[in-house]
Each structure stands twice: as structure tokens, then as C-alpha cells.
Write a protein of this length. Structure first.
Length: 326
């Protein structure tokens, strides 16, 4: 019986490791992009349990399990403190030149409105992106949103509402539907306190769950990268990508947009699921171009959503002024 159990576990980790390599858009294939830590853990545990026992074709099993652990480990490694950071933290900037940003998936059914309001009042971000905002959330946040000179809203009861607010000078802001579904994105051209124009792009595509392929999600993420690629301005991208940092979709996004990621070399800083530590994954993302300086990148406290808020402080130096081309 133990022999069958161990081989069943070995085959399961092999299959779940290989499935994402097909680049299929089927949800039950792409979902295995997410639990790479868990797959590696099961493979390692299976290997450890098998060592003292007699198992048929044990050398083959051991080799396969070691290969799974190594492969999954290589995918995860950049998101551990052992890796070299992509972005060095910057200091010495005047606080009045820094830009604070906050990205929050509120969870539409969450009723802890005051807890989020307290976070927003304390953090007082210059740029705010809220996701899953229905009319109830819109009404609850009316007062705190009045702090912002520019507010754009898509209020919806399908978990894909979005509110964008900023107090920075804004030359352009629009809600976009970059893929053929009803999940919006926001693109804004803002002016930093140092006088430099920069792009802010906010995303919240659909996750790979029953009923959804990842085709539309992947296209929306790719289109956002192409927006960045075609612009000479510094750019910051934030949002709930419903995709892990190590997936091929996100890697392609980074390559297309020539973007850097604060998590690399600092740990996963996992944002979802807030209630289940063993399930936590880094799916609320932040990316930035090389001409954006990073002061901090933080996960804030649980306020009742299944996502933690993600906060960042950046600056854009005067010497990095970009052209006014779109």
C-alpha cells in the first residue's frame, strides 16, 4: 500500500509540474502555476518518506522527485531573500518628492468598511487603486475619496469594479477594457512632485477558475506591457493580477515592458489568501521601469478582505524626465 501511495504522490507532482509547461489557457492546467512551493514541498516530503522503505523502482522515483524539487525551486528562488535584488532601495530623497501608492482588493462581500477607511486615512496615499468595488463600497468610501482631486470609477457588482484616485496633477486618466471581457484597467499620466510625468497602470484581470480560461487574462497583462513598452515615460504598474510572479505570463509581461519587480530578492511578500497562511501567494503585483526609484514596498494588515493591501513609496528624479510622447 505504501508503495502505491508514494508512486501516486510522485506522479501527481510530476504531472502538476509538467502541465503549465504546455502554456495551455485551460484553467485547470494554468492553476498549477500557483502552488509551486506546495508542489516542491510534497515532492520533498515524498522523497524523505520513501528513503527508509523498499519501493519499486526507487532510483527512478528518487531521480524524478529530485528533478521536481530542483525545477520548482528554481522558479521560486528569485522570490526568496537568497536571491539578488533587482531594485535597490533608495534613500536620501526629500519626503516631499516621494510618491505613496496603495493597491487594495477590497473583496466585494467584505463589510469591514471602517477598517479599510482607517488604513486609507493612516497611509494617505498619493495614488490609490481599489478593486472589487460595488455601489456599497463606493458609498462607504465617499468621504475618504473626496480627498482626491481626480477620481475615476467603474462600479460593478461582479467583483470587477475599480476605483482610481490621485491627488497628483493629472494630464490624462482613462478606464480601459484592453481585452474582450468586462474587467477594466486604468491608465493615467501623472506628474510627480519633482515635476516629471509618469504612467500609472492598474490591472485586475480574471483568475484561472472554473468557467474562465486564462486567454483573456494573459492578453490583458500582455497589453499592459505593450502600453509600457510604447511609452518613454517612467511607469508604475500595480494591481491584483490574479497571477503569480513566477508564471510565464508575468515573466513575458516583465520582458515586454522592460520592468523590474520589488519582490525579487526580498521574499514573496504574499498577498492572498489573507485568512489562510498555508495558501498565501504573491498575486497582487507591482512593477516599475528602471527610471523609478523605490523607497519601500510593504504588505499592510488584514482588514477583512481575502487580499492584503500592498503599499509602496517611490520617487522619480528630475534627471529622469521623459518626453511627452504617448
Amino acid at each position: 500500500m505504501l508503495n502505491w501511495v508514494l508512486w501516486a504522490l510522485a506522479l501527481s507532482v510530476v504531472i502538476t509540474t509538467l502541465l503549465p509547461l504546455t502554456n495551455s489557457v485551460t484553467w485547470w492546467v494554468r492553476m498549477w502555476d500557483f502552488p509551486r512551493v506546495h508542489i516542491a514541498g510534497v515532492a520533498l516530503l515524498t522523497l524523505a518518506v520513501s528513503l527508509p522503505f523498499t519501493v519499486s523502482l526507487k532510483p527512478l522515483m528518487s531521480t524524478v522527485l529530485v528533478a521536481v524539487v530542483i525545477y520548482q525551486g528554481l522558479q521560486i528562488f528569485p522570490y526568496t531573500p537568497l536571491a539578488q535584488t533587482e531594485i535597490d532601495l533608495s534613500s536620501g530623497q526629500a519626503p516631499d518628492k516621494e510618491i505613496t501608492l496603495l493597491s487594495v482588493n477590497v473583496l466585494m462581500e467584505n463589510e469591514r468598511y471602517q477598517d479599510l477607511i482607517a488604513i486609507l486615512q493612516r497611509e494617505d496615499p498619493d495614488v490609490l487603486l481599489l478593486m472589487e468595488t460595488d455601489e456599497t463600497w463606493n458609498v462607504a468610501l465617499t468621504e475618504v475619496l473626496s480627498r482626491y482631486a481626480t477620481v475615476e470609477k467603474h462600479i460593478a457588482d461582479d467583483h470587477y469594479g475599480m476605483i482610481f484616485g490621485t491627488r497628483l496633477p493629472t494630464s490624462h486618466v482613462e478606464l480601459l477594457w484592453p481585452a474582450d471581457d468586462d474587467t477594466p484597467a486604468v491608465r493615467a499620466v501623472l506628474t510627480s512632485p519633482s515635476g516629471v510625468d509618469f504612467n500609472f497602470i492598474g490591472l485586475h484581470p480574471r483568475p484561472p477558475v472554473p468557467g474562465n480560461t486564462t486567454e483573456v487574462r494573459d492578453k490583458q497583462i500582455k497589453d499592459a506591457a505593450l502600453m509600457t513598452q510604447s511609452s518613454e515615460r517612467p511607469t508604475v504598474v500595480m494591481g491584483d493580477f490574479n497571477d503569480v510572479a513566477w508564471s510565464w505570463t508575468t515573466k513575458r509581461f516583465r520582458d515586454y515592458g522592460d520592468l523590474l519587480e520589488p519582490r525579487v530578492g526580498r521574499g514573496m511578500i504574499s498577498s492572498f489568501h489573507a485568512d489562510y497562511p498555508f495558501m498565501r501567494l504573491p498575486i497582487d503585483q507591482m512593477f516599475m521601469t528602471k527610471n523609478v526609484g523605490l523607497v519601500s514596498f510593504r504588505r499592510l494588515e488584514n482588514f477583512g478582505s481575502d487580499h492584503f493591501p500592498m503599499a509602496a513609496t517611490v520617487f522619480i528624479a528630475q534627471s529622469e524626465r521623459a518626453s511627452n510622447a504617448d
